[in-house]
Design a protein. Structure first.
Length: 135
């Protein structure tokens, strides 16, 4: 199964999570993003997806402005929100992860493609390295 989603720009990990003395918790901004993702997943795909691992996760990050963005700082908030939206049981189901930078668009967006059945690559392949598959 393959799904494609267009989602709002996620908060950074630093504004999605906060910490007190003993625990990490989701901030109000993080909870608002979780709700936004859940609504978008429902509108675009329906409910109860729970894609079967292993998964291939591809994301194009269209930033909201020309600042230098650290995309992996936004990736965890995105993945955790997708987990809560029941796209998968846990983000550990991802065996292939591809992230790309898109052009700047107003308010920023993320275009996702998530596909079940992505193979896990062996350490060695007959006649070459697994990196040879990447081109």
């Amino acid at each position: 199964m393959k799904i494609e989603l267009v989602l709002d720009w996620p908060p950074s990990q630093g504004s999605y999570y906060a910490y007190n003395r003993r625990t990490r918790y989701v901030t109000a901004k993080g909870k608002k993003y979780q709700l936004s993702v859940a609504e978008d997943v429902f509108e675009q795909c329906g409910q109860g997806l729970m894609l079967e691992p292993p998964l291939e996760f591809s994301a194009i990050f269209y930033p909201p402005d020309k600042r230098v963005w650290d995309f992996d700082n936004h990736l965890k908030a995105l993945q955790d929100s997708l987990t809560l939206s029941k796209v998968w049981t846990d983000d550990s189901a991802i065996s292939q992860l591809h992230c790309y930078q898109g052009v700047v668009i107003k308010r920023g967006r993320i275009l996702l493609r998530i596909e079940s059945g992505a193979p896990k690559l062996p350490l060695e392949l007959p006649g070459g390295s697994p990196f040879d598959l990447l081109g």
